[in-house]
Design a binder for this molecule. Sequence first.
Ligand code: HEM
Length: 322
Amino acid sequence: MTACPFSAASRQAVREALSHPHLGVRPTDEPVPMALIGTPAQSIFASLVRMNDGVRQSELKLAIEAALDWHGDDEIRQTTVDVAQRLAGSLTTAEQLTWFNYALPVCVLAELLGIAHRDRATLVDEVLDFVRCIAPGGSAEQMAAGAVAAGKLQLRMQQADGRLFEQLCQQCGDRSLAIANAIGLLFQACEGTAGLIGKTLLLANQRHQSAEELILAVLQQSPPIHTTRRFAVEDTWLDGKPLAKGQSVLVHLKTPEESFAFGYGAHRCPGERWARIIALAAISVLNIKPEWLSHFRWRVSQNARVPEFYSAKEHADDRGDF
Ligand code: HEM
């Protein structure tokens, strides 16, 4: 793999990269990151729809879409409102708002997957640790913590009994594949939805528009997942330029002509409807104190833009810009 990534940043180049027959989601010589080999995260990573291509990916994708489609808008909305009211009940600081934004999508999915009710806070921490070891750029410590979290999440999922999990098992036809991809749903939903809620709250501070319009504006102007990666599986061409086997491609999901907030092509996000419903319900339930939004920094991440709010007294000089 060469060090310098090829960059796709125009509408045409992004569409080409995300539907290219010779670009894959993983380098051919490292389908699972070396740091995860021999850990509980190895088999989960190898089973994720997001980390596979070809027939395996398309079959899994159909199964996941069918399981997600099985839940109607009203059920997702009502579950989100219930979970959000529970989580927001104790919300009194900017730091707790940050945690709420990460926790809400995880807890809504956990509710419908039927993950046991005890210690939701620990569950959210485990998902955040797992996200760190799957997302690009994790340190050795983060990879190790993520691998431990993967084992705990696997144990939790073995006890799950919700209808979303039953559907996943039925559609995937294989319980361990369903468990891995249920964990995948928790991790895929977490950062993107937290970023969408956080950015919408910031925009609401600047513009008087409906929550629907604000959510749309965020998705069109500053998508919370702003880049993704692909790898050349053989020598090929992209955007009229040669690409060597193994070379990585950094794909910008916001181009001057179009926003690809939920991706494009075979790996396009199957959770868009869920993300929009969860974000909208969150905005309707939250009762924000304006000062909670006045200080934030961006989550340390190569591909997600999530505002993390904090109290002014923590670092008076560290103010993010939207
Ligand atoms: C605002 C919130 C969200 C954003 C911005 C977002 C964005 C994305 C993007 C850009 C991709 C494509 C990645 C790529 O092609 O490399 C993706 C894939 C995916 N997303 Fe989302 N997502 C969000 C919420 C969700 C939710 C709530 C779920 C689950 C209910 C979900 C499940 C998935 C899955 C399973 C994939 C992998 C699909 C595949 O590889 O075929 N996402 N998401």
